[in-house]
Design a protein around this ligand. Sequence first.
Ligand SMILES: Cc1cc2nc3c(=O)[nH]c(=O)nc-3n(C[C@H](O)[C@H](O)[C@H](O)COP(=O)(O)O)c2cc1C
Length: 205
Amino acid sequence: MSYLLSVTSSTRGDQSWSNRVLRAFLESFVAQHPDLDCRERATLEVPHLDLSAQRAGRIPVADQSPQEAAAFALAAELTGELEQASALVLATPMYNWGPPSSLKAWIDHIVNVQTFYRPSGLLHGLPVTCIVASGGFYSEGTNVAHDHLRPLLREIFSRIGVDDVAFIDCDPTGPMDRGLLDPNDPTSGFQRALAQVPAAASRRR
Ligand SMILES: Cc1cc2nc3c(=O)[nH]c(=O)nc-3n(C[C@H](O)[C@H](O)[C@H](O)COP(=O)(O)O)c2cc1C
């Protein structure tokens, strides 16, 4: 059975806004595609690339020695689960104007010989939804120029052959975390994000 791959990267568990929007996305996705499973990958458990993994990630799979194949094993697993998915949803906070380092580690594993240097083409048609939560308002207005997270995600996915990327913006989360704005208020970043969920979750391949 094929599946929706859900990638999470907040450290805040149930308190996380990106995870809360993700929960709504998963409910909507399951309701719209009851024939698909869901799989989760937490980037907090993904280690940074070490030297042997960096080197192995550029060597064509057929040419890898047993040691290089072992060093490439995690990248192969992460890439394989992405290539086999029917859809990807990625929930992430903005940390210091970019991605959390654990999400960057996941990215560094999935950009490799199989997806970039000698692409398999298996990511064509994969719908990707990125749920982005930030304390400040970065999805519109003057702060957009300081948002290095969405441009990075767009660049990465386009480089590895993904041609359908949508964003669900959950911002600003700061006023909700500080109790200054009720998350149920229709103008809150949370409610505006929830409104974007059904259409994004309708996509699959
Ligand atoms: C280390 C760190 C860096 C952060 N950097 C930014 C930032 O650059 N811009 C911003 O608007 N919010 C920033 N925040 C706030 C988070 O983006 C905000 O709390 C968001 O809701 C976190 O996502 P989550 O609720 O899914 O955990 C930062 C928070 C942390 C912990």
